[in-house]
Design a protein around this ligand. Structure first.
Ligand SMILES: NC(=O)c1ccc[n+]([C@@H]2O[C@H](COP(=O)([O-])OP(=O)(O)OC[C@H]3O[C@@H](n4cnc5c(N)ncnc54)[C@H](O)[C@@H]3O)[C@@H](O)[C@H]2O)c1
Length: 461
């Protein structure tokens, strides 16, 4: 094989990204390392540590051919000439910048491991999402080596989305590669570009300076989240005015300047990235003395929190102001469909608020039950977890839809209605169900940003 690529961090990004890279580049040896042994064992087993449509096939094709998962970080560093760093960069929870700034301790540790164990020059690629100008700090740390080694730093942020990771990686909208405008920086950039050229058309590979690349990733996430918060804020206005958010979104989306994607109202965005990346952007703006810009972006996160709280108020208001001792069936816990990831899922906020109101929760999700159990492990209250939607809804007073899993649309709601307490409620936090049909079956239906379908009279409400 031509060269060895190492990726430090075998998480939601490192695993799928490197699997697709190895699959498309049989002339490269790709090693993915992680300090988490359990995760590496899972990558080497039949049950991968993360669920992504199509990922099993890609991993099976490349694993032990030119794709290897290992905990031996030192051996990997010694062998590779190109190192992708894909470790987690969570929000800092302590000290200066707590609650907003990125915690770069995992990132810095990898830099120190690289210096300590390197025996020849290397290209270090930032795959993690990082604050703009992180590469400067990295360069200083790496160049402090006393072995006279050269390290080129490249920014190559990842734009894949969970749930569609494999298709996003196989046919990306763009691959972004940023480098210093030095001879060595440009040569390193070309070597990273050569890898992607194995399967990505050249016109989709955008090269920029280092800082533009770092900042573009943060801003792309902020812009995506901003669209969701914008449309969610309007969903609240729709409910007050009898406008319908689906119609408003469709009408807006037909404007080619706006575009139709990411205009679906719901209970809000989740996932490990949007909130952390916006807060990081807010922190950076404050740090660089731009408080007005910081306040603008912070509002995106505030609206997201407002939407989840507003949804719980809607449940309470319509269930006679109490859910105490009532069984609530939660349909969906993952932060979005087609993933088992529950990090920052709005389902966590909604479930905790319902538990505070002393509701009994029955949670159903096709892929996320294991994570849901961990997320709610410290909660007191009556919580059960189910693979079977019919068991989940049996004897429940309400169904609360929190994830846009497609299969929820195909369930037998007539059967579900018969098994529930009456009056039976559905709160569709993702606007995915057929509300008129459910109403005809007897449900009281409460979507987001649309009229409600209720059999209850004003006095009963
Ligand atoms: N999850 C996404 O959809 C997504 C998309 C684009 C970008 N990103 C960014 O990519 C980065 C990684 O995200 P993720 O979701 O894969 O995180 P993750 O938590 O799933 O994976 C990170 C992995 O890095 C490992 N790790 C941490 N420090 C290490 C060290 N010093 N040595 C070896 N292993 C180490 C951890 O054990 C963990 O398995 C983050 O910066 C994130 O913002 C994530």
């Amino acid at each position: 094989m031509k060269k060895t690529i190492l990726c430090i961090g075998a998480g939601y990004v490192g695993g799928p990204t490197m699997a697709v890279m190895a699959d498309n580049c049989p002339d490269y040896k790709v090693i993915v390392v992680d300090m988490n042994e359990e995760r590496i064992n899972a990558w080497n087993s039949d049950e991968l540590p993360i669920y992504e449509p199509g990922l099993d096939e890609v991993v099976k094709r490349a694993r032990n051919r030119n794709l290897f998962f290992s905990t031996d970080i030192i051996a990997g560093i010694k062998e590779a000439s190109i190192i992708f760093v894909s470790v987690n960069t969570p929000t800092k929870t302590f000290g200066a910048g707590a609650g907003k700034a990125a915690d770069l301790q995992f990132w810095e540790k990898t830099a120190r491991d690289i210096i300590e164990h390197s025996k020849h020059d290397k290209i270090v690629v930032e795959k993690s999402t990082l604050p703009v100008r992180t590469a400067e700090a990295m360069r200083r740390i790496l160049q402090s080596n006393t072995k006279n080694l050269n390290f080129d730093i490249i920014s190559n942020p990842e734009f894949m989305a969970e749930g569609t990771a494999v298709t996003d990686l196989q046919t990306p909208d763009r691959v972004l590669i940023g480098a210093l405008e030095t001879v060595s920086g440009q040569q390193a950039m070309q070597r990273i570009k050569d890898i992607y050229l194995h399967w990505v058309p050249e016109e989709k590979i955008k090269t920029t300076n280092l800082w533009s690349s770092e900042l573009s990733k943060l801003v792309s996430n902020a812009m995506l989240a901003q669209r969701i918060s914008s449309v969610n804020s309007i969903s609240a206005l729709c409910e007050k005015t009898d406008a319908n958010i689906l119609e408003v979104s469709a009408a807006m989306g037909m404007d080619s300047r706006i575009g139709a994607k990411f205009l679906r109202a719901g209970i809000g965005f989740g996932g490990s990235c949007f909130k952390k990346d916006i807060l990081n952007l807010v922190y950076l703006c404050e740090f660089y003395g731009l408080p007005e810009v910081a306040a603008y972006w912070e509002q995106v996160v505030k609206i997201n929190e407002y939407q989840a709280t507003r949804f719980v108020s809607k449940i309470l208001n319509n269930m006679f102001n109490s859910v105490a001792s009532k069984k609530i069936a939660i349909f969906g816990f993952a932060f979005k469909a087609d993933t088992g990831d529950t990090r920052e899922s709005p389902a966590i906020t909604v479930s905790k608020m319902l538990l505070e109101e002393r509701a009994t929760l029955a949670i159903h999700d096709p892929e996320a039950l294991k994570n849901a159990k961990l997320d709610l492990a410290d909660e007191t209250g009556d919580i059960s977890y189910h693979c079977d939607p019919y068991k989940t809804a049996e004897g429940a007073h309400a169904i609360v839809v929190l994830t846009d899993w497609k299969q929820f649309q195909g369930y037998d709601y007539e059967r579900i209605f018969k098994s529930m307490e009456k009056p039976a409620f559905i709160f569709d936090g993702r606007n995915i169900l057929d509300h008129k049909k459910l109403f005809k079956l007897g449900f009281n239906v409460f979507p987001l940003g649309q009229r409600e379908y209720s059999h209850l009279t004003e006095i009963e409400k």
